[in-house]
Design a protein around this ligand. Structure first.
Ligand code: GLP
Length: 241
């Protein structure tokens, strides 16, 4: 694992966007796996800048997102579909983008469909990840095993609590989500995980310097051959560097 320690969130966003930008330049028809949450917002802003100033061309880039709330229609401003369009897709010349369909009532069919979409693209060249406070990646919550494929999850209370800031009330936060599995994520050729802030310092230490366990889903990344952890000093403040 390569660790890039940055001064702050701004710097982290610059480094992450440079790593993704390098991928786009080296392989203009890359399949990018993308994430939502507050962590990647600055990275997406930098990628949009790169497009606007002519450094980056997304015309052959295809994307697949990690996850989507179950039950939220695309036009809901808290859906990840909406988030991705607001923060990236509406501002660059992306060729093709995919997310799980939160409105498909048949969850088994939706999971199979999404996994097949990823496979039909030849897999993911670079997967961007954030890190949940309980160690989740995508919406793979702490569990007794590492789920292999795209599946439907019941969100943990702590995740519902953490995400309620985006909704009018906690009752509006969806209780379920579709997410790529740990196996889907581990099949990506390269992984860039971004983590910012002191509130993540404890979980960064556990995930990247502790034992590999499904109770800390991100810890499996220690076994991936090409991971870049891009974290600011605050997020790394409890890690043995
Ligand atoms: C959310 C998302 C994850 C994200 C994580 C961290 O629940 N499903 O993909 O990485 O939580 O979010 P944030 O970056 O806002 O801390």
């Amino acid at each position: 694992m390569k660790i890039y320690q940055t001064k702050n969130y701004d710097d982290l966003s610059r480094v992450a966007a440079n790593l993704i930008g390098a991928q786009i330049i080296q392989k203009p028809d890359s399949v990018l796996g993308l994430a939502t949450g507050s962590s990647p917002i600055g990275t997406y802003r930098r990628l949009v800048e790169g497009y606007n100033n002519g450094d980056l061309d997304f015309s052959q880039i295809r994307t697949v997102n990690l996850d989507e709330y179950r039950g939220l229609p695309r036009e809901n401003d808290q859906s990840y579909y909406y988030f991705m369009h607001e923060n990236l897709f509406n501002h660059v010349n992306i060729k093709e983008s995919h997310l799980p369909d939160g409105t498909n009532p048949d969850s088994d069919a939706e999971c199979k469909r999404y996994e097949a979409v990823i496979n039909s693209m030849g897999g993911i060249d670079l997967q961007l990840l954030g890190l949940g406070h309980n160690g989740h990646i995508g919406f793979n919550e702490p569990a007794d095993n590492f789920p292999k494929y795209t599946h439907c999850v019941d969100l943990q209370e702590s995740t519902i609590e953490a995400n309620k800031r985006f909704f009018e009330s906690i009752d509006d936060v969806p209780r379920q989500a579709y997410t790529m599995g740990i196996g889907t994520i581990m099949n990506a050729k390269r992984i860039v995980i971004i983590v910012s802030g002191e509130d993540k310092a404890e979980i960064v230490n556990k995930a990247f310097f502790g034992p590999v366990t499904p109770q800390v889903p991100a810890s499996i990344l220690q076994f991936h051959p090409d991971v870049c952890l891009v974290a600011d000093a605050a997020a790394l403040s409890k890690s043995p560097l």
